[in-house]
Write a protein that binds this ligand. Sequence first.
Ligand code: XMP
Length: 528
Amino acid sequence: TILVLDFGSQYSHLITRRLRELNVYSEMLPCTQKLSELSWIPKGVILSGGPYSVYWDEAPHVDPAVYDLNVPILGICYGLQEIAWQFGKNVLAGEKREFGHAYLTVERHGDGDAGGHVDTLFKGLEDDMEVWMSHGDKLSHLPDDFITIATTSNAPFAGMAHKSKPLYGIQFHPEVTHTPKGKFLLKNFAVDICKARTDWTMGKFVDQEIARIRALVGGKGQVIGAVSGGVDSTVAAKLMQEAIGERFHAVLVDNGVLRLNEAKQVKETLTAGLGINLTVVDASERFLGRLKGVMDDPEKKRKIIGNTFIEVFQETAKKIAEEAHGSDKAGEIEWLLQGTLYPDVIESISFKGPSATIKTHHNVGGLLEGMHLKLIEPLRELFKDEVRELGTNLGIPEDLVWRHPFPGPGIAIRILGEVTAEQVRIAREADYIFIEEIKAAGLYRNISQAFAALLPVKAVGVMGDKRVHDQVIALRAVETSDFMTADWYPFDGAFLKKVSRRIVNEVNGVCRVVYDITSKPPGTIEME
Ligand code: XMP
């Protein structure tokens, strides 16, 4: 395992990601991690970039015990400055920022006084390479016993290495795609210098994870978990089913604001298709009853749906627990399954702390209250695309594996204004047509998320020979890699024309369709 210590750069998690692409297992921990508290010894350590200057009082510093591990260390950007600072304090100059592409010249030392190891980082790479810079400070001198291994016109010490120890620092970011050969550099470090194993594959992950779940839960233990029909919860559920079969109890709460026919479809796929032990609870009326009269406060909708969900889930869990306990095959239900992914884990442990909450994203964290359940999170080491790969590996159908994300509060936050059964019908039918056409046009995977929203206004139209006064559907489709920023999708006119015609013709109560051309920021992806 390669340990990445995170100093808060926006690119830190990409280091872990790139290493895993090289089949090298890697974990990221905050830079303040005490090394004596680690239960494993890494094969190598990478110090990430970060938004600080080592001169600032509040600047974070790595536990100096990292140098006593006697494993190779690579500092990237702030990481390089951190090494330089720890090896000789006054080596930095806070100068003007450098941001963007730069051309790097590699300096090779042959077998000379440095013994050859210093060249390994750039082994097999061209002498000139394009790199991505993003830093404020840079080195003005080398610390003692370090030599230069790369330069740029602006940074004379863009790369350095210790003469006798496997310590390296680079000023640029090898983990981003703007450094085209960066992955080879990371491979040189992880495989050639650290001698990390390159046997991390998804198949291996499945076997390991199933064994780990069985050991954790034991021969009788039972697990409960909510599923939504989305890729994360389905993959987590299938993994549990493979590990402990019927002793995993999946619960799908129909909150009345799922997509058209969704509860029925999810049930079919999960039970008949994947053999998962699933209970579907239709609580639509309770949810819609509580949403009645909530007009213009989206956060209130979220809270109502979140709290009602917890309530229904708890009731169901108690029922299942009683039944399970009564039968002889069973032990107590002691575990709660959550489909937490690595980016969520990083977000909550990162040195920066959790990022500011713009909307309260409801998740099932609060479910634990009063139930004394222990958490089991089989996906917590994986990124989204790895979850998809794992899903395919486990035989989950393609259309589910590639499904667009769908918010917990469902189409309630896509119905602007009051949520009523009739508004739900309109939003659902329009959404169904939009997604059906996107799939038919072969665009579904190019788009990150798409849906129809219902605006709380009426407009005039003419249908047949009659004047109508009906509602307006807004279509939204975005492309994004991280859902933090997003661009609206540039459909061609003929496609939009077709969708608009179908929605107005087929959905009773709609006389106009508009397309949302707001990016995020300043918009958000959802309308509420
Ligand atoms: P926004 O609208 O914040 O959406 O740009 C970013 C991503 O988060 C999803 N989203 C939610 N998911 N509960 C969820 O489970 C929520 O309350 C919620 N609000 C937004 C949204 O669908 C998009 O994928």
